[in-house]
Design a protein around this ligand. Structure first.
Ligand code: FEO
Ligand code: CA
Ligand code: CA
Ligand code: CA
Length: 633
């Protein structure tokens, strides 16, 4: 798979999962030379106050011994911990599923019954003390392992069907016996949701002309979900799966296809390395220009009912959704924080019209159907690494979202949410990935993974506020406090919880904030989540070259932070060329489930998890303490 690059005047669109390939080719020297001017100007005006005031001693919240950075083809955990695979790409899930063939070359029919590829965000739904369901995203698929020709030839119809069956969502039962969890093949609960599963569009954009196609004149019946990145979970027992780089699955069969301004903003173009459009006209923009408008949403799934219809929630806006961090505000409104992972895109917030009723879960089922969408604008005194912010309403008729400015109605505001965000003056961010709400309800964090275009001429992404570094190769975590503890409030206060960096080779902000040391350094924070005790877990999807400005960081990793003291400690390291993504805990907090995504991508020399000369496989790992204690404590 090659890179996906698209330029228009304001935004360069590129699939994030391929980004590291170019980053690898960038020498430290050119990196420093390129950023020196913008950085120098910034430093001159800035005393370089550290983002986190001070790291106060050794945290009582973090009870494990840090692991060293690693370039080994293994999943390393702290002393006294054990990590074992729970399930890998291709393991049999549904009734009649064949065992995984180590060649990885089984056809579409087998894949449709097996665990999907590229495990990502996941949530756990308890059934009983030792039984639960896991709902897991299968973000995309690696043709270099899926097909003998590695995707270098035109795909056959069966190959496209196989790729479409390898993505989406897997729901399956897990059971605990002898202290360990095991997945239950052929459980009645098990389900695969793929790029061809029927689902419904709901909310203000459902039925709009822009979501009608030749195959669906209702504009309400959509097939499939794909590029399901991260996730969310509701207190009424449903799973939220978030459609991210959906654009990469569309192409155009006609030579003269030219993307319109909306398609450009969403990165749609004539070429697609996934090649679905060659065998499935639904993905051919020349024939079905409205089909992509039906993707890029948050989808709500009832994991308890394998026959239920997944619901695409258009009220939460259409963009490259990372995750959906849901909290119930003191007022009872459901608030969902949402990142749009692209350089210079935005951070959003949804507030439901209705209120959560803890005594009647059935009454909560449509709370995500209607509400108000907002986008964040940050402000700061020059050079300050903290400041204030406000949520700008994305409602038709307000803030310039009018027909005159190209928004005919609320459906258009939501379908083209990115353009609405620009219209109202939202802050361009360094690729918002996961958002996590502190269980104390008072603060919220978001990973800003990196952004090589920050401060670059012509990109309209000025340095400042929560995005303080030009050509930001390391990323940071922004944290905010809703004003008055009210998640529905328009105002908030923010700081930076950590600025990732490399104290060995970087200077100024590039060395990282005071809670970054030679012993815990990392780049490109991505996955993020709090456990029940309030530990903040950070997962990385970055440059794993261990070279140049990334020397000493090793493979992608998992860290654990104390939000109070600011201390960050490395908890785990992944195998070669993987991303660590997706995390959830057993209700007793004694098992951590964490995803190892695409070990050995681009044919890097990984044989994880089976070793020997096996094909590498995306795998959910189960991490426990040998003494059965609480993970992280
Ligand atoms: Fe699928 Fe932005 O990560
Ligand atoms: Ca990835
Ligand atoms: Ca991610
Ligand atoms: Ca990422």
């Amino acid at each position: 798979m090659g890179q996906h690059t698209y330029d228009d005047q304001h935004h360069e669109i590129e699939q994030s999962d391929f980004e590291r390939i170019i980053e690898k080719g960038l020498s430290r020297r050119s990196f420093l030379r390129g950023s020196a001017t913008a950085m120098g100007l910034f430093l001159a005006a800035n005393p370089l106050a550290n983002a986190v005031a001070a790291v106060t001693g050794s945290s009582a919240l973090l009870g494990f011994k840090a692991v060293a950075a690693s370039t080994a083809d293994t999943f390393e955990v702290p002393e006294g911990y054990i990590a074992t695979p729970l399930i890998s790409w291709g393991d049999p899930l549904l009734k009649g599923a064949p065992a995984f063939d180590p060649s990885g070359l089984q056809g579409a029919d087998a894949q449709a019954l097996q665990f999907g590829d590229n495990t990502d965000g996941m949530s756990l739904f308890p059934l009983a003390e030792d039984r639960a369901l896991l709902a897991v995203n299968n973000e995309y698929t690696n043709y270099e392992y899926l097909f003998a020709h590695q995707g270098k030839q035109a795909l056959s119809a069966d190959e496209v069907k196989k790729a479409q069956a390898a993505v989406g969502v897997s729901v399956f039962e897990i059971r605990r016996t002898d202290g360990r969890w095991h997945y239950v093949a052929e459980s009645d609960y098990n389900r695969r949701i793929t790029a061809n599963t029927e689902m419904a569009l709901t909310g203000p954009a459902a039925g709009h002309a822009l979501v009608k196609t030749a195959a669906d004149d209702s504009g309400k019946k959509v097939l499939g979900t794909f590029n399901n990145c991260a996730n969310g979970q509701t207190p009424w027992g449903t799973y939220l799966t978030c459609e991210e780089n959906f654009n990469g699955f569309f192409g155009a069969s006609t030579e003269d296809f030219a993307a319109d301004k909306h398609q450009k903003r969403y990165g749609l173009k004539n070429k697609s390395d996934y090649q679905w459009f060659g065998q499935d006209a639904r993905f051919d923009l020349s024939k079905n220009p409205n089909e992509p408008n039906r993707h890029g949403w948050v989808v709500e799934i009832d994991p308890m009912d394998p026959t239920s219809t997944p619901l695409k929630r258009t009220a939460l806006g259409r963009f490259k959704h990372e995750n959906a961090a849901l909290t119930i505000d003191n007022s009872g409104h459901v608030v969902v924080y949402l990142g749009d992972d692209e350089r210079g895109e935005h951070l959003y917030k949804f507030v439901s019209n209705g209120k959560y009723n803890p005594d009647d879960q059935a009454a909560n089922r449509d709370l995500l159907a209607e509400g108000t969408l907002y986008v964040a604008r940050f402000s700061a005194t020059d050079g300050a690494l903290k400041g204030q912010g406000e949520w700008l309403e994305l409602t038709h008729g307000k803030n310039g979202l009018t027909a005159e400015n190209g928004f005919a109605d609320q459906a258009e505001v939501l379908i083209f949410a990115r353009e609405a965000a620009t219209q109202v003056g939202a802050t361009t961010m360094d690729r918002p990935e996961w958002v996590a709400v502190n269980p104390d309800g008072k603060s919220v964090c978001c990973t800003l993974t990196n952004n090589k275009y920050r401060g670059v001429e012509g990109k309209n992404q000025p340095v400042g506020g929560p995005n303080p570094r030009a050509k930001n190769h390391y990323g940071q975590i922004v944290r905010w406090w809703p004003r008055g503890g009210d998640h529905t409030a328009a105002a908030f206060d923010w700081d930076l919880f950590v600025i990732a960096g490399n104290p060995n080779v970087g200077e100024g902000l590039y060395a990282g904030s005071s809670n970054v040391t030679a012993d815990n350094m990392f780049n490109s924070p991505d996955g993020l989540g709090f456990d029940a005790a309030g530990r903040l877990w950070i997962l990385t999807d970055g440059n794993y070259s261990n070279d140049g400005e990334f020397a000493g960081m090793g493979n992608n990793q998992m860290l654990c932070a104390d939000p109070q003291s600011g201390e960050i400690r490395r908890f785990a390291t992944g195998p070669i060329a993987c991303e660590i993504t997706g995390l959830t805990f057993s209700p007793d907090q004694r098992t951590l489930f964490v995803g190892v995504q695409h070990p050995g991508e681009e044919l890097a020399p990984s044989h994880f998890p089976a070793g020997g000369d096996s094909k590498p496989r995306s795998t959910i790992m189960m991490v426990q303490r040998k003494d059965g204690g609480i993970v992280g404590a």
